[in-house]
Write a protein of this length. Structure first.
Length: 289
């Protein structure tokens, strides 16, 4: 495994501090794609080069309304195209999904820790995503494909509620045709015409084509899905220090000052959102935390 990479002050799987300021930068929306009902992908054009590491997030500010944390979901190497996929759930996220080309939004970031893409070189990589959890893992797929020779087997297990809820469907179909990437999609429920897998995503882990002795797992989705996924990965023989999860908590400052994102002794904005599982295992299963 390679250990010589240290972009900025952030850290793989925990312990990040953003080197960036706290003032949102106005950025123009260049392109909008409606992914499915209530979910939109925005492509923003920053006025200067913007770089991030997969797993990190930006704070998006709808002027006069508020700010939310949103994962970076685009190609890490594209410095003039910042991509976010947003589900409309509350006032701010709904306003973001209503933005159109040439609208302006405030952006600050990137913040947070990142997936262990550098320490995983030489290992098998298994990504397990549920629902919108595919968004923060998509940059890992882009990175791994751009440096394919550095990784062993690469497996993506993705679960959605139903066929209409599959995110990035066309890209997943294109990736499924590749021989150097193993993609399995499953849905919780489907009508008879669905020819794919039916069932929850953790159920795919027992037969995933990875070697537990040399695999690193990256997991993102609803917390209940992550709990079952971590259990299945451990049953498969992965040690806790090779399982990484991305946590979500409400955020305000995103720079470790306000305490809004407290998660046990950690702050998700500063110490996460990507955590190495052994570091959070004692409080991962306590729902109130
Ligand atoms: C590190 C990090 C990365 C994130 N990445 C993304 C991302 O890539 N895309 C994205 O859409 N969101 C993402 N989120 C969630 C996002 O920050 C907001 O919490 C969410 O958009 C709701 O904000 P709001 O102000 O619109 O709604 P709020 O006013 O906060 O909530 C309105 C209602 O929706 C419920 N709610 C809040 N959040 C969610 C949720 N995530 N799912 C379902 N119901 C919810 C609340 O309980 C409440 O009932 C991320 C959060 C974190 C911490
Ligand atoms: S949002 Fe994490 S400490 Fe303020």
């Amino acid at each position: 495994m390679s250990t010589d990479h240290n972009p900025g002050e952030a850290e793989e799987g925990g312990g990040a501090a953003s080197p960036h300021g706290v003032v949102p930068m106005p950025v123009r929306v260049n392109r909008v794609r409606d992914e499915m009902a209530g979910v939109t992908t925005l492509e923003l054009t920053p006025i200067c080069a913007f770089s991030f590491v997969p797993g990190q997030f930006n704070m998006l500010y709808v002027f006069g309304l508020g700010e939310v944390a949103i994962s970076l979901s685009g190609v890490p190497a594209e410095e003039y195209r910042v991509v976010h996929t947003v589900r409309a759930v509350g006032a701010v996220s709904q306003a973001i999904t209503r933005l159109r080309r040439n609208d302006v939004i405030g952006v600050r970031g990137p913040y947070g820790s990142y997936w262990p893409i550098f320490d995983s070189e030489g290992s098998d990589v298994v990504m397990v995503a549920g629902g919108l959890g595919l968004a923060p893992l998509r940059p890992v797929i882009y990175h791994v494909l751009a440096h394919r020779e550095r990784y062993g087997r690469v497996v993506v297990l993705y679960g959605a509620r139903g066929p209409a809820d599959i995110l990035y469907r066309r890209e997943l179909e294109a990736w499924r045709r590749r021989l150097d990437l193993d993609i399995t999609v499953t849905v919780d429920h489907a009508a008879a015409e669905w020819r794919g897998n039916v069932g929850v995503v953790p159920a795919l882990i027992s037969r995933a084509p990875v070697d537990p002795n040399r695999a690193v797992a990256m997991v993102c989705g609803p917390e209940i899905m992550m709990r079952f996924t971590v259990d299945a990965l451990r049953q498969r023989g992965l040690p806790m220090d090779r399982i990484f999860v991305s946590m979500e908590r409400n955020m305000k400052c995103a720079i470790g000052l306000c305490g809004h994102c407290q998660f046990g002794p950690a702050f998700v904005c500063r110490d996460g959102p990507v955590f190495r599982f052994d570091r959070i295992a004692p409080f991962f299963n306590i729902r109130e935390i």
